[in-house]
Design a protein around this ligand. Structure first.
Ligand code: SAH
Ligand code: SF4
Length: 407
């Protein structure tokens, strides 16, 4: 199977570069069942002789072993006949992406480097990163959707990488499986409660633009949110996009997860530079798509991400314009301190400026969490992952600082 990038390209747009797939996915000789939809799993069973009348029941059994128990060996599936277990073992695996490195930060953040199958023109292995961020009462897993990224945002390290290939649904779901394996987060009990899981939230904020790999991301997230399996509620899954407007409506209709939009600038001239996709889908068009996001309400707000770049997008006039722009859209604003990488000419805004910016946003009625970098000691980043996600508003920080000074 060859995975190609979806493009919606017509005429070239000056200043907007869309990378084409440079790398090829080559399915392993023995494919993994991880990440298949129920329908695809039934089809796979059909290919090894499971009669149609049996398929639904067998899928149900396998689903439980794979996604609730986290079983990695067909031999452990005691409710499945011995004969079928042997047949499955002969034709399939339950493999997850191969973990080539694990780093654990003093703050508990974990970063895994994962190697994926495929043919690389550059001779480099296909690798993505996946990061787990534990917080009080919850744990967030940051997933990648592509090796590299189709797009070229000027402040993003992933955007500079040539290597691009879309991840398959199995490789996306496989990141969740691997995290649960490593964290001991699979249950031996038949029906674990959602709240007891270490991986309780998912953000599609790793490498890649998820809406340029729409079908695979959709299929993967539907597996991840299946209530009889991994069981993460869609409200606990956030998909972050740089603004692939034509796919935003479909994301709401077909996946139904929370949306985050990487805004980063409030004027088209600047956003064209930072997020060149803006040349194709300018701010007004993006905002219109946001207003129409299915299921949008005060209880289900869109998160607008805004990376703080010193002297670029961080004036108080920018903050005021940001508030004006979002008027009428149920929104949250996440201010992200820029995470520098070797070779970038951007710098992170000064902390005082971030606080002032945050004050304007706060005074307009938005909680304005500033994302504190996590896992600094292990550089828990896919270029950007570092900035996810311990939240504390600048005002809270000010209050804490004031308290510290008066004590
Ligand atoms: N491609 C998607 C999701 C992955 S990027 C998107 O762009 O939304 C996840 C978030 O990290 C985005 O908001 C992105 O703009 C931000 N980001 C990228 N590079 C960063 C950096 N160096 N410092 C801080 N945030 C960064
Ligand atoms: Fe791709 Fe997102 Fe980075 Fe832009 S910010 S290059 S869309 S990963």
């Amino acid at each position: 199977m060859t995975v190609t990038l979806e493009t919606t390209e017509t005429a070239p747009i000056p200043g907007f570069v869309e990378k084409t797939a440079l790398e090829r996915y080559v399915a392993p000789a023995k494919p993994s069942l991880v990440g298949l939809s129920r329908v695809a799993l039934a089809e796979a069973l059909g290919t090894v002789g499971v009669a149609p009348a049996q398929q639904k029941m067998r899928v149900q059994q396998l689903w439980h072993w794979i996604y609730v128990r986290g079983t990695q060996d067909f031999a452990e599936m005691t409710s499945v006949s011995k004969e079928l277990r042997a047949t499955l073992d002969a034709h399939f695996t339950l493999a997850r992406p191969e973990m080539v490195a694990e780093q654990i930060s003093v703050d508990g953040t974990r970063k895994w480097l994962l190697r994926l199958p495929g043919e690389s023109q550059s001779g480099r292995a296909h690798e993505v990163e996946c990061v787990y961020i534990p917080e009080t009462g919850r744990g967030t897993l940051c997933l990648s959707s592509q090796v590299g990224c189709t797009l070229t945002c000027s402040f993003c390290h992933t955007g500079t990488q040539r290597l691009v290939r879309n991840l398959t649904p199995g490789e996306i779901v496989g990141q969740v499986m691997l995290a649960r394996d490593r964290l001991g987060d699979f249950s031996s009990a038949a029906s674990p409660s959602e709240g007891s899981r270490l991986v309780s939230n998912i953000v599609m904020m790793g490498m890649g633009e998820p809406l340029y790999n729409f079908e695979a991301v959709r299929d993967a997230l539907l597996v991840v949110s299946d209530g009889d399996g991994l069981g993460l509620s869609r409200r606990r899954i956030t998909l972050s996009t740089s603004g692939v407007v034509p796919m935003i409506q479909r994301a709401g209709d077909e996946i139904g997860v929370a949306l985050a939009v990487s805004l980063h600038a409030v004027r088209d001239d600047l956003r064209n530079e930072l997020v060149p996709l803006n040349r194709k889908y300018p701010i007004a068009v993006l905002m219109e798509a946001c207003r129409n996001y299915p299921g949008l309400s005060n209880a289900r707000r869109i998160t607008f991400e805004y990376v703080m770049l010193k002297g670029v997008n961080d004036t108080l006039a920018d903050a005021k314009e940001l508030v004006r722009l979002l008027k009428g859209i149920p929104a949250k604003i996440n201010l992200i301190p820029f995470n520098p990488w070797p070779g970038t000419h951007y710098e992170c805004s000064d902390w005082d400026q971030i606080e002032k910016f945050s004050e304007v946003v706060f005074d307009a009625g938005y909680a304005s969490p500033v994302r504190t970098p996590r896992g600094r000691d292990i550089l828990a980043a896919c270029g950007q992952l570092k900035s996810a996600t311990e939240k504390m508003s600048a005002r809270e920080r000010l209050a804490l600082r004031a308290m510290a000074m008066t004590d």
